[in-house]
Design a protein around this ligand. Sequence first.
Ligand code: RIB
Length: 309
Amino acid sequence: MKNTIVVIGSSNVDMIMKMERLPRKGETITDANFVQTFGGKGANTAVGAARAGGRVAFVNAVGEDAYTPMMVENFIKDGIDCRYIFHEKGIASGHALVMIGGEGDNYLSVAPGANYRLDQKKIDQCIELLKNASYVLLQNEIPNDTNSYIIELAHSLQIPILWNFAPAKKRDLQSLEKVELLIVNETEAEFLAEKNFNKNCGYEDIAKCILKKGPKNVIITLGKSGVFVWHETCKGHIPAFAVEAIDSTAAGDIFCGCIAVQLTEGKDIADAIRFASAASALSVTRLGAQPSAPLRKEIDDFLSANTFR
Ligand code: RIB
């Protein structure tokens, strides 16, 4: 049985400043707290899925800097197959500057570094891995051409593709036709639909606009308002769990990883969303990207103790 979740994407060294509120343009905020953690949308997804009980392989390119050995060591500790992490010379790994305000809202700026060295030749080396994938998970922090190439390849191998279209990026959207499940937040949904949410254009309208572009199914994540899903087997709004959020960084990445874990285990999309929403809810109560990803037992305990708001 194909049961390996293959995440192909970025890893970053995250430099985090947590402050009472986010600065306005040109403003300096003093008295922030600094924390260095590991992130990157691909890596967060892989760690989220592995801690939630998935069998995970991570395909990524890292560079040469003081943080990288520790970053890769952490993936190994989480039980992630790191055979296809490519070590590049003469370049740093990806780095992200993350500013977090009082309510867990954030600003992010990313320097891709070695992530942009993940090219088609490297993907060709992963074909055997791809053949055993239950799902291939993608985001938008590696070159567009590489993502398009992976989508063609995975589709030809009949491996379902889950694409977290984050961050929203101008690109050729033809590949969307080969995507089994597209996951977007509100900003990314508006970008793809080429329409804004307003009183005459609700979640269903936006979801239908996105589906016209080709993906089979779509989930729009809405933060503390839950998710809106338009799937062959489940349609509508699903609420979130009520928690005290301190940092929303990586909540979406962890959500995607957990959806893949549940679908690989044969759960239906409604159960997968409930499980992934619990994992995201736990993650926003903790600071940092990868440090916030919960373990399977924590998710199961949370689900037994909580109901949707
Ligand atoms: O989604 C959160 C992630 O986005 C951070 O960990 C940061 O590295 C950026 O890639």
